[in-house]
Design a protein around this ligand. Structure first.
Ligand code: AQP
Length: 345
């Protein structure tokens, strides 16, 4: 297999209510990877329209995710921040991948089953083909590393399968076009740390999610100190004190979740948190968690509000990022067209 220059790509959907799960599972990783890699971070607006969106709200949400990226510490000058719909090569490569991926592969995707629910016949074709577009997002840059939450693991495996099948199907043409024994890298998911799957504050068996009808299920990045305090204090727990060992968390999903959140916010392990709080009542632990959450998220929320008040600046960041992303994507898409045998200008 050819060797590829390491490049990081990931995306977040502009579907409102960016929450602690998005922050700990994805955005904090995006920020850290800037020190070691070239990074491309995308507001995936084409993915958002796989379910109905109000146009005005979508515009606001695209700007809000961009603001969150910047407020959390992503540097739009040294790296790339842009929105997907400004680089048409994503959709173009997604079509090629619709012809590479097999129906049987997409039929196994659990996110489609969960999101389509019982009314499958009424789901959009886009929702079904979502993972092929996600593969195109990554591979149109020939990106090698993808930081995501655990819920995206299956989609990443599909992206690897698509890359592998394309490399196999077109191996002769890839070689004759000068790309050695593989055009696409097999992208590696980066799913690490104590909060790869942050759970709902109301139900420790359900993922914290933007679309949960209860706002008390999640901490939003724009929540103020009072809202954070109320949500943490009301978070579901059990009557036992915290255990001193990690295995004591196994049958206690809500306790496990809050300890994982504390660990991720303070950048230590769950074992370290339990070494400090083992034997403590939840009232004590929750007070410490409120203080920590407010200290970490308060400045981010304030900076997001400041940034969204200046839409011209946000739009200029996206325009500049799209321009630079477009140059990279076009070059790779032209190579794909040559490999496929298309005639191009
Ligand atoms: N609860 C979570 N814990 C850890 N990571 C999470 N991510 C999402 N939820 C959690 C990660 O955040 C990144 C961006 O997610 P997204 O907005 O593109 O997609 P999503 O998974 O659809 O987000 P939601 O909040 O779950 O939305 P709905 O309610 O629409 O289903 C991804 O890396 C994701 O893994």
């Amino acid at each position: 297999m050819a060797s590829f220059k390491e490049l990081v790509f990931s995306g977040v959907q502009p579907t409102g209510n960016l929450h602690l799960g998005n922050y700990l599972g994805a955005i904090t990783k995006f920020v850290a990877l800037q020190n070691s890699h070239d990074c491309i971070y995308c507001v995936v607006d084409l993915h958002a329209i796989t379910v109905p969106q109000d146009p005005a709200a979508l515009t606001a949400n695209i700007r809000e995710v961009t603001a969150a990226f910047i407020a959390c510490g992503i540097d739009p000058k040294n790296h790339i921040i842009f929105n997907q719909s400004q680089v048409p090569e994503h959709a173009e490569l997604a079509w090629v991948f619709n012809c590479t991926a097999r129906l049987g592969w997409l039929n196994r995707m659990t996110q489609f089953k969960e999101k389509a629910g019982k009314d499958r016949e009424n789901a959009s074709v886009g929702l079904y083909a979502y993972p092929a577009l996600m593969a195109a997002d990554i591979l149109v840059y020939r990106a090698t590393h993808v930081p995501v939450g655990e819920d995206q693991k299956q989609h990443l495996e599909l992206a690897r399968d698509i890359a592998q099948k394309f490399n196999n199907d077109f191996s002769t043409s890839i070689e004759s076009n000068g790309f050695g024994d593989g055009f696409f890298p097999l992208p590696e998911p980066l799913i690490q740390g104590p909060a790869t799957r942050v759970m709902s504050l109301r139900d420790g068996t359900k993922k914290m999610s933007k679309s949960d009808p209860s706002d008390y299920s999640r901490i939003n990045l724009t929540d103020d100190a009072d809202a954070i305090a109320q949500k943490v204090r009301k978070a579901k727990t059990d009557p036992e004190p915290l255990p001193s060992e990690e295995k004591g968390l196994e049958p206690r999903p809500e306790a496990d979740n809050l300890v994982g959140i504390y660990a991720a916010l303070s950048d230590v392990s769950k074992a370290d948190v339990l070494a400090e709080f083992g034997g403590a009542q939840f009232s004590t632990f929750k007070s410490a968690l409120v203080d920590l959450s407010v200290a970490k998220l308060g400045p981010i929320g304030a900076e997001m509000k400041r940034l969204v008040a200046d839409p011209a600046y946000i739009d200029s960041v996206l325009a500049d990022g799209s321009e630079r992303a477009g140059v990279l994507a076009r070059k790779n898409m032209n190579a794909v067209k040559d490999i496929l045998g298309f005639i191009r200008r």
